[in-house]
Ligand binder design. Sequence first.
Ligand code: DP6
Length: 370
Amino acid sequence: MVKNTPQQTENETTVRATAPSNIALIKYWGKSDATLNWPANDSISMTLSRARTITSATIRSNAPAENCHRLAFRTSATKSIAVRDQEKTTRFLEWLRREIKPYGSAEGALDLLTYNSFPSSCGIASSASGFAALTVAATAAWTGTKNFAELHDLGISRAHLSDWARRGSGSACRSIHGGFVQWERGHSPNTQKINPVFSVEHWPLTDLIVLIDRGAKSTSSTEGHARAFTSPLMNVRLSGLGERLKNCAQAIEGRDLERLGTIIEAESIEMHAVMMTSNPRTDYFGSATINFISWLRKSRAKGEFSAWFTLDAGPNPHVLCRPEDAAAVKATILQNFPSSSVIHDQTGSGAILESEQNFGEFIPGGFDGH
Ligand code: DP6
């Protein structure tokens, strides 16, 4: 079992953090301020459990601090590659170091090793779990802490971590917390709030992530956000979102899956309508996704199961259903789409930085199919 007790050698201390991905039910799409990741609208998400990023951070205390963080993405037990977006990550780390300074030494360069519990080529957005895990690992390493209680004693709460993770990638702020999380834009960048609004225990749901298309996405979410306001549909979308979010929160509160399902399908299709009518336009999915969602809706209408889909900035649908129906829904999906794979995920409890955690178990947990 791999433990998270900081491992010390003469000049090095290692801490390990893990953060889950999250699936937005009401989407963050479009920014009012791109540098600060101030969203154009409020969003609400469900934190996942098995689709996670695991990041270890080691301070090289005898290394010069400037510009020498080393980042590697582990693709297997033995193989590491350089992280794709080194520059963005390094810029974020230097910004984070300045935020952390009042709470701890924040001295020394970091060696970061990061890997995902889900297959890296499957097109699931990893920036939410990636920046959430990076924020927690770097904060713990720079403040010499090894769990959330110690961070709390220094005056660093989950709200701080969430706010910091947001600067790396907007959706990462929701992955720090567990259950259902609401990100409110507030009236200015400084009045944003990220709140866990319903706990995991309130309503555990299953999310079957169906991998029907593993191609890498051609337009990053960050680029897509920047195009959102070129769509003639964007302002129409924003004018109705407050009401939809209220209805979504009520459906979660009342554990009304049919109501929630109807809302999330309309919401994800509307976001993709904005994407497809932006200039230049972005098509995040093709015929495989269209066939899948039309099959899902027909099967549901025939009474074969109770399951609803949502889509992020990619082609792979997330299918939400009750945990007791999950095995049957998954079997039907794999039977009808034999070349797909399913990640069997569920509502989860947010970022972890704890000594008892066995990080190894997440690889490749909950992954069924081909
Ligand atoms: C479609 O958080 O990836 O998943 O802030 O530029 O890093 P940046 O964008 P990102 O956008 C996520 C968009 C989405 C919807 C959502 O998660 O709310």
